[in-house]
Design a protein around this ligand. Structure first.
Ligand code: ASP
Length: 285
């Protein structure tokens, strides 16, 4: 089967980071073109995105209101194996830690224990903060002070600062994998975990497809979006139609982005700008 890979730079990411989606996509395609596994292609693509300080994952992740950076990342393969980390701190590539969790009997490790697990696997101490992430925190704190808080009552709906990254792939043997990595959203309490490391919400892979999504995590979790899109593909819908159905679950003021790949093609749907890359220009084949 022809290998296929998609990457995205998050709901709300504009054309200025299009190069990141492409470079990451090409890195993943190198893995697939030499016969590598979809899972490894997704990891390598996401590492490129995490290392780009312009994107809200790995280096350059958003800070919590207390100035800490807590990151989430996840991987899932077509055999339903998954590895995820949530609220991990002080590592360069959360997706590589998720890959290490994937090799354990568990699916999700969180917080300090996820960080300790990363150290036990040789992930060195790394500070993902950048001048930009510090600037954004000051901006958020100023909004809080001025009372422009996106009142928790409004449940983030007006907050449009995202930048999660993700990738989905199909390898030559027709195996699927999905991955995601994020620093979260703006205005986050310490300990907050969104959809990105949650199987079924932020990502899903199975024998029929791989799906990963971005946007307001609280809204995504409540609709179990990735599994919803996967199920539509498993029912026989083309991935583009399935992604469109997924997007239609949300009101316009909730930012959402979806990428999906199946045996028959790929789909992408978003209600905001979203820099993304697809290794084939055709959506169905
Ligand atoms: N879904 C991510 C979260 O809520 C944010 C994003 O996709 O930009 O943590």
């Amino acid at each position: 089967m022809r290998p296929l890979l998609l990457t995205h730079c998050g709901a709300g990411s504009d054309a200025s980071v299009q190069d990141a989606a492409e470079i990451a996509g090409m890195r993943g395609m190198e893995v697939l073109n030499r016969g590598g596994r979809a899972l490894d292609a997704v990891v390598e693509a996401i590492v490129v995105l995490e290392d780009d300080p312009r994107l809200n994952a790995g280096t350059g992740s958003r800070m919590r209101v207390d100035g800490r950076i807590q990151m989430d990342a996840a991987l899932m393969a077509a055999n339903l194996e998954a590895g995820c980390v949530a609220a991990i701190e002080g590592v360069k590539n959360p997706i590589r830690v998720a890959r290490d969790v994937f090799a354990t009997p568990h699916v999700l490790l969180v917080g300090d224990d996820a960080t300790a697990f990363a150290r036990s696997k040789g992930h060195a101490v790394f500070d993902p903060a950048t001048p930009e992430s510090r600037r954004r925190l000051q901006e958020s704190l100023a909004k809080i002070r001025e009372g422009k808080l996106p009142r928790y009552a409004r449940k983030w709906k007006t907050v449009d600062l995202h930048g999660t990254v993700g990738a989905v792939a199909r390898d030559r043997r027709g195996r699927f994998a999905a991955g995601s990595s994020t620093g979260g959203t703006a205005f986050m309490l310490p300990g907050r975990v969104g959809d990105s490391p949650i199987v079924g919400a932020g990502l899903y892979a199975g024998p029929k497809a791989a799906v990963t999504v971005t946007g307001i995590g609280e809204e995504i979790m409540k609709r179990v979006l990735s599994k919803f899109v996967y199920d539509r593909i498993a029912e026989g819908r083309p991935p583009q139609a399935a992604a469109n159905r997924g997007l239609s679950l949300f009101p316009e003021d909730v930012s959402i982005g979806i990428i999906a790949v199946s045996a028959g093609g790929w789909g992408e749907a978003s209600n905001r700008d979203m820099a993304f890359f697809a290794s084939s220009p055709r959506r169905t084949f």
